[in-house]
Write a protein that binds this ligand. Structure first.
Ligand SMILES: Nc1ncnc2c1ncn2[C@@H]1O[C@H](COP(=O)(O)OS(=O)(=O)O)[C@@H](OP(=O)(O)O)[C@H]1O
Ligand SMILES: Nc1ncnc2c1ncn2[C@@H]1O[C@H](COP(=O)(O)OP(=O)(O)O)[C@@H](O)[C@H]1O
Length: 232
């Protein structure tokens, strides 16, 4: 891979649209961004709300998936088009060629950042639940959204290691402590806690319902749950 040249994305009309940050490097040559006839506002008006990415990050067992599932359901009940991208699930398909080295985790998060951006651009509320242990990888996902003018909420699913380990829903901490899993986050692999997450959920102190309410309030406050020109 190293040493291959990169080209810069451009558009057929020579302008750089909101969805292609200037200077994006791609491996492919001679590619042109093709604009559609529908604006994001038009897509969001049809949806009845804005698109956004809710990026949950935290230790294994912190409660990312549990809270994400409950949040998705509550949003759905309120008529919001929400969809979850979950670490384990995505590793069965799109990212099945990736392991848990720092490089593979970075590529995992890079791909999810791109996929989440596409869903959000389509007008969905995307809820991602990946450990995403490295700040730089999370920041890159944030930047991607920012450059596209899309809302991005980083949610620290903040649970002390002792509590996550006590929960151990999949028995993975036990295996990691026994040396049967190497490079397990929190045990012998790092977790860089967010410094400026939009939402901090202490799941050792809040119930799942309370955590969902905190997230709902934040989206409401950010104007995500309604759209300009919406008929709903
Ligand atoms: N070494 C190691 N470290 C951490 N986690 C491990 C590991 N090996 C397997 N698992 C399982 O993989 C799930 C984490 O996948 P993610 O894609 O979220 O990880 S990452 O964001 O790329 O770090 C994680 O799921 P969650 O427990 O839901 O977080 C584990 O089930
Ligand atoms: N307040 C809480 N929020 C989230 N999960 C909780 C909470 N209290 C207990 N749990 C339990 O902790 C475990 C979290 O597991 P999971 O959602 O799979 O975490 P993660 O996706 O971060 O690995 C589940 O068994 C869940 O029932």
């Amino acid at each position: 891979m190293g040493g291959e040249s990169v080209s810069t994305a451009s558009t057929t009309n020579g302008t750089t649209p909101y969805s292609v940050p200037a200077g994006v490097a791609t491996k492919a040559q001679n590619i042109y961004f093709h604009e559609g006839n529908l604006s994001r506002d038009e897509r969001e008006a049809l949806m009845g709300h804005k698109g956004a990415t809710i990026w949950m990050t935290g230790l294994s067992g912190s409660g990312k998936s549990t809270v994400a599932v409950a949040f998705e359901q509550v949003l759905h009940q309120r008529g919001i088009h929400a969809y979850r991208l979950d670490g384990d699930n995505v590793r069965f398909g799109l990212n099945k060629n990736l392991g848990f080295s720092a490089e593979d985790r970075a590529e995992n998060i890079r791909r999810i950042g791109e996929v989440a951006k596409l869903f959000a651009d389509a007008g969905m509320v995307v809820i991602t639940s990946f450990i995403s242990p490295y700040k730089a990888d999370r920041d890159a996902a944030r930047e991607l959204h920012k450059a596209a003018g899309l809302a991005f909420y980083e949610v620290h699913v903040n649970c002390p290691l002792e509590e996550a380990e006590k929960r151990d829903p999949k028995g993975l901490y036990k295996k990691a402590r026994a040396g049967q899993i190497k490079g397990f986050t929190g045990i012998d692999d790092p977790f860089e806690a967010p410094e400026q997450a939009e939402i901090d959920l202490r799941t050792d102190q809040l119930s799942v319902e309370q955590a969902v309410q905190v997230m709902l309030d934040k989206l409401e406050e950010g104007g995500i749950l309604s759209a300009a020109g919406s008929q709903v």
